[in-house]
Design a binder for this molecule. Structure first.
Ligand code: GLP
Length: 244
């Protein structure tokens, strides 16, 4: 079905959501082996990545010519920190597929000059020719990547202070909330929006609720995901099944 311009697919289980989403990314890679894949972290895409790893091991797809661009990274955590998004990506996807190290792009949360890193990252995305398909999750408050609810949309990669609700939501991955970084680097709304196609995955009733509020209402920087209403090619795959 459609909610405004959004292709809305609701499936029964997390497994089905993961399978369908992986199929979409896999067919992108089959059609264009040198695709620029926009990738996301969080618990939601883990099942999808497992399916991609399986497909790669079975020889159905290859990442050998693909490039990846990740949405965000915590400030202050480097690749060796188990909660850094770089570590997450290695653990869940990169170490298990044939992607080349030089084709992996993630904002450097430990860069000496954070402002320069932000400029470099947005420029890098453009240099790659833009993202072919951008995978997104959504935060409980409607954030995409780490674009938190705000009074305006910020276009390019920037450092963002994390809201308490996001820090609390992400504290489950750390030993305590005090260890959750207070800020992150995130692709901006224009960086995300310029992707040719967007694929958003979400599971659990809370996420469905915030997405419906966003897509049935007005575009509002206070619910950042609502910006997708303006994008011409968005597919959202949701399931009410909560994470296990
Ligand atoms: C983090 C990430 C987002 C992600 C969100 C939801 O805040 N920066 O990109 O969409 O978490 O995560 P989860 O899938 O674990 O609910």
């Amino acid at each position: 079905m459609k909610i405004n311009n959004i292709n809305w697919i609701c499936v029964e289980t997390y497994e089905e959501m993961s399978r369908l989403a992986a199929e979409k990314l896999a067919s992108q890679l089959k059609n264009k082996p040198d695709s620029v894949l926009g990738l996301a972290t969080g618990s939601t895409p883990i099942g999808l990545y497992q399916n991609l790893v399986k497909a790669c091991r079975a020889g159905e797809i290859s990442f050998a010519d693909a490039k990846s661009v990740n949405l965000d990274e915590y400030v202050g955590l480097d690749a060796s920190h188990p909660q850094s998004y770089r570590y997450f990506m290695n653990d869940n996807l990169f170490s298990h597929v044939d992607i080349k190290e030089e084709n992996i792009n993630i904002p450097q949360g430990c860069a000496e000059d954070i402002a320069a890193e932000c400029v470099r990252y947005s420029a890098k995305i453009r240099e790659l020719g833009g993202v072919d398909i951008q995978l997104l999750g959504v935060g409980n408050n409607g954030h995409i990547a780490f674009n938190e609810p705000c009074d305006r949309f910020i276009g390019r990669t920037h450092e963002v202070p994390l809201t308490e609700s996001t820090r609390e939501a992400n504290a489950r991955f750390f030993d305590s909330i005090d260890e959750v970084p207070k800020s992150a680097l995130t692709m901006g709304i224009a960086d995300i929006f310029e992707a040719k196609e967007i694929l958003l995955v979400a599971n659990g009733e809370k996420k469905i609720e915030i997405l419906k509020k966003a897509f049935e209402g007005d575009i509002d920087p206070d619910i950042p995901v609502s910006i997708l209403l303006l994008h011409p090619n968005v597919t959202v795959i949701v399931t009410p099944e909560a994470s296990k």
